[in-house]
Design a protein around this ligand. Structure first.
Ligand code: AMP
Ligand code: ZN
Length: 141
């Protein structure tokens, strides 16, 4: 896809710090790392969003994400845990419109701020939980 940074990297028109590549996916260091080892895993076929991927593309993306995660975890100074993140569309912070998964290594020393703050959770009634669950499950295809 023209003007897509990740397609250009995949086609070797732009450089990258590649850590893994096969016929389906490429994994490379994020050029603006949130922490040391911040890696992107990118399917080679251009699709804007995670929701557009075929089952096969999603499988390759997740299996490669797990593979790279394991490599990161094998170096304790780099990762003792990690956040795996896919931003779906601009409203969720997606800036590069070619689907990619972020692997953001976490250590006791890095202070990446992604935090699920349980004290700010919504307070929903039993009926609200039921309605939301029903709405989602009815739309599953
Ligand atoms: P997102 O907000 O999920 O769309 O994230 C896009 C990510 O791509 C950002 O973290 C950018 O730093 C990263 N990025 C943009 N251009 C490049 C590049 N040429 N090489 C590596 N990472 C990039
Ligand atoms: Zn692309």
């Amino acid at each position: 896809m023209e003007n897509c940074v990740f397609c250009k990297i995949i086609n070797k028109e732009l450089p990258s710090y590649t850590v893994y590549e096969d016929e389906n996916v490429i994994a490379l260091l994020d050029i603006n790392p949130k922490v040391k080892g911040h890696t992107l895993v990118i399917p080679k076929g251009h699709e804007a969003n995670f929701s557009h991927l075929t089952a096969d593309q999603a499988r390759h993306l997740f299996l490669t994400t797990q593979k790279v995660l394991k490599a990161l975890l094998s170096t304790e100074s780099l990762a003792q845990g990690a956040n795996i993140l896919i931003n779906q569309d601009q409203i969720a912070g997606q800036t590069e419109m070619h689907v990619h998964a972020h692997i953001i290594p976490r250590t006791h020393k890095n202070n990446f701020g992604l935090n699920f703050n349980h004290s700010s959770s919504l307070s929903l009634s039993h009926e609200q939980f039921q309605n939301i669950a029903k709405e989602i499950s009815e739309n599953l295809k």
